[in-house]
Design a protein around this ligand. Structure first.
Ligand SMILES: Nc1ncnc2c1ncn2[C@@H]1O[C@H](COP(=O)(O)OP(=O)(O)O)[C@@H](O)[C@H]1O
Ligand code: SF4
Ligand SMILES: [Mg+2]
Length: 331
């Protein structure tokens, strides 16, 4: 799965006499998801993570740029072809299973639905496949005839996962799959996703604002800021190999066992997506910003590190611990 310079711009009605405004939800995103690997996507709320996820699963058509699956451009296919070839290859799990599941359908109907829509098998083979899938995600057969309201939050998310896997996709995109769940069941769902990813050899895109979770689940981490991909870095040693100040700010906020870095406070709010800053869009909150950062988008830099390639856009990258020290703001 490949994204090349993908942008999503929403037109929204402006206030008063302003007419319409543009919301830059995703800007020139380029990303490759390889078979069998888990890519984590992090960033503060509103940074475009869900938009990226929706583009990846074909729910959002980009305003510009190219989305390709196995070399074929998704939005140049007919809608029928897109549904048949691509729709069956990608599974989606969203944040809130209670809104994502049809509340009138039974568990087995919900899980069988993609098979019915894609005309897979007879009703007998579908029933077998549903039992298989329920087993796979740890749902007891006793809930087969229950409706979503009769299930716990964790069970509902298991149903959503089973449905997402029904057509044996090669890519699973999970957007904040545990955010709406009780803390007590989050770990179970994460373990399940982790297990399924390795057992089934799935590629997975795991979106979360929870840094710890993303680090645990992923091989590679994509940091997003205000609609742009700021950095891609291997998860294992992200604090050591990341170069972008925003990645460091995000990861410094999580407690770690071995080294005691001080949290880097992110001052102020994320600027408006209708009017993002020129040049590097992080500059209004970056302690390393210089005048040059306002002039143009920093070029993409690539470096090899132990854990893999690091790609980032920053003209004053973090290279040593001193670079993390922020000047004390003048009173
Ligand atoms: N349908 C839409 N219409 C207008 N603005 C949208 C729409 N969807 C998302 N946005 C805006 O796009 C930006 C990115 O949103 P989103 O992808 O949901 O971010 P995240 O998932 O990281 O919180 C936000 O500013 C959001 O308000
Ligand atoms: S390019 Fe400049 S403003 Fe942007 S992250 Fe790097 S130092 Fe900060
Ligand atoms: Mg989101």
């Amino acid at each position: 799965m490949t994204l090349e310079d993908v942008s999503v711009v929403h037109k929204v009605r402006g206030s008063g006499l302003l007419g319409s405004a543009s919301v830059y939800a995703l800007t020139e995103a380029s990303l490759v998801i390889r078979a069998g690997e888990t890519v984590g996507v992090v960033g503060e709320s509103g940074c475009g993570k869900t938009t990226l996820a929706r583009v990846l699963v074909g729910l959002q058509r980009p305003t510009s740029g190219r989305v390709a699956f196995r070399g074929q451009s998704l939005w140049e296919m007919s809608s029928r072809e897109r549904r048949l070839t691509f729709g069956a290859s990608v599974g989606t799990v969203f944040q809130d299973p209670s809104t994502a599941l049809n509340r009138r359908m039974t568990v087995q109907r919900i899980i069988a639905d993609p098979l019915v829509v894609h005309h897979r098998g007879s009703s007998a083979t579908r029933a077998t496949r549903v039992r298989e899938l329920m087993d796979l995600v740890g749902l007891p057969s006793a809930v087969a005839d229950a409706v979503p309201a009769q299930l716990s939050g964790g069970q509902r998310q298991r149903v959503a996962i089973a449905r997402a896997l029904a057509l044996e996709p090669s890519l699973l995109v999970a957007d904040e799959p545990t955010s709406a769940l009780d803390v007590s069941v989050r770990a179970q769902i994460l373990n399940l996703l982790d297990q399924l990813q390795s057992d089934l050899g799935l590629a997975m895109v795991f979106v979360s604002h929870d840094i710890q979770t993303v680090r645990r689940m992923s091989r590679r981490i994509v940091t997003m800021y205000l609609g742009r991909i700021a950095e891609e870095a291997p998860a294992v040693a992200v604090e050591e190999v990341a170069r972008h100040p925003y990645t460091h700010a995000l990861f410094s906020a999580t407690p770690r066992l071995l080294s005691a870095t001080r949290p880097i406070p992110l001052r102020g709010r994320v600027p408006s997506a209708t009017n993002p800053p020129s040049g590097c869009n992080f500059r209004t909150r970056c302690w390393r910003a210089s005048d040059e950062c306002a002039e143009r988008l920093p070029p993409l830099s690539q470096e090899e590190s132990e854990g893999g390639e690091v790609r980032y856009r920053c003209i004053h990258p973090i290279r040593e611990p001193n670079d993390l020290i922020q000047p004390t703001p003048s009173p």
